[in-house]
Design a protein around this ligand. Structure first.
Ligand SMILES: NC(=O)c1ccc[n+]([C@@H]2O[C@H](COP(=O)([O-])OP(=O)(O)OC[C@H]3O[C@@H](n4cnc5c(N)ncnc54)[C@H](O)[C@@H]3O)[C@@H](O)[C@H]2O)c1
Length: 284
């Protein structure tokens, strides 16, 4: 039976992944700072709940070691826990920068550092790091978040290149704005900003609608089956990413228009397209 650890599994994207994995018969370990939420999701997916802070490297290591020892294998490590950090760069404090890096980058590093050696020794396994479309595009008003997510994409592609020799797969998930509670509590435990306080409204306007989390979870399952390096959704996000690869300078110009006129859609391309089943993931 396949075994999966999902960090940030108590809510949003992590929860949707836990439900998909549970429905496919995997033994799911739902790991989250929110222990009560993890318990609820574990109940829904027939898994096990663990209270975990991904910024605590030793706790992440202990969890991975325990799962390997108790369940005998680790098939999937979803390094998914994350927080939204938003605001203009001149109003953000060092705490905003450090928190974005600690949770959204170091949290992923801790998961990789713990799980990868186990998977190398097994000769199989799949690490899935949740980055963001903000890890592929210029993303104004969220520079610390974008910095951490770009780093997660870089980490994932570098690791993927060396992991292949050991039979281990690595993918990065790069969703556009997705309909989860994340957008309702930006800057948790940090001074609030105008951007953070209006994150859901702005994200909806910029993208032309929020992507349904269940559609994203389906995209992820298909992306994993096809062993994609990058799973990018929705379709409007893939178009924006293509524009950014063709002309990074144009992407920055369009993004700066978005920053000046928040009502405009991301790269001028992201009007609501809804779930894009059928063409869910990028070619890698
Ligand atoms: N929702 C979006 O629009 C969107 C878009 C792109 C990427 N993402 C990324 O997807 C991931 C999941 O976000 P979501 O939208 O499901 O948000 P969410 O807020 O619904 O879920 C995030 C979960 O992570 C947990 N968490 C936060 N800090 C933690 C920590 N230190 N240790 C352990 N758990 C912690 C929270 O308790 C929560 O249960 C994040 O990495 C986020 O950056 C989200």
């Amino acid at each position: 039976m396949r075994t999966a650890i999902v960090t940030g599994g108590a809510s949003g994207i992590g929860r949707a992944l836990c439900l998909r994995l549970g429905a496919r018969g995997a033994r799911v370990v739902v790991a989250d700072l929110d222990g009560a939420g993890a318990e609820r999701v574990a109940g829904e997916c027939g898994g096990t709940a663990v209270t975990l802070d991904v910024t605590d490297a030793r706790a992440v290591q202990n969890l991975v070691t325990t799962v390997r020892d108790d369940l005998g294998r680790l098939d999937f490590m979803f390094n998914n826990a994350g927080i939204a950090v938003g605001g203009t760069a001149d109003e953000l404090t060092l705490d905003h920068w450090n928190r974005a890096i600690d949770v959204n980058l170091r949290g992923v590093v801790h998961g990789v550092h713990a799980a990868y050696p186990v998977m190398v020794r097994q000769g199989f396994g799949h690490i899935v790091n949740t980055a963001s479309l903000a890890g592929l595009l210029p993303a104004p008003m969220m520079a610390p978040y974008a910095a951490a997510k770009h780093a997660v994409v870089g980490l994932s592609l570098a690791l993927r290149a060396e992991a292949a020799a050991h039979g281990v797969k690595v993918s990065a998930l790069c969703p556009g704005f997705t309909d989860t509670p994340l957008l309702d509590h930006a800057n948790p435990g940090l001074p609030q900003t105008a951007t953070g306080a209006t994150a859901r409204r702005s994200a909806t306007r910029i993208q032309g609608g929020l992507y349904p989390v269940d559609a994203l979870a389906d995209d992820v399952m298909r992306g994993l089956a096809r062993d994609r390096a990058l799973i990018v959704a929705p379709a409007s996000g893939r178009i924006a990413w293509r524009v950014a690869r063709l002309s990074p300078a144009l992407a920055v110009r369009l993004a700066s228009l978005t920053a000046r006129r928040p009502g405009r859609s991301l790269l001028g391309l992201g009007r609501g397209r809804g779930p894009d089943r059928g063409r869910p993931v990028t070619r890698s």
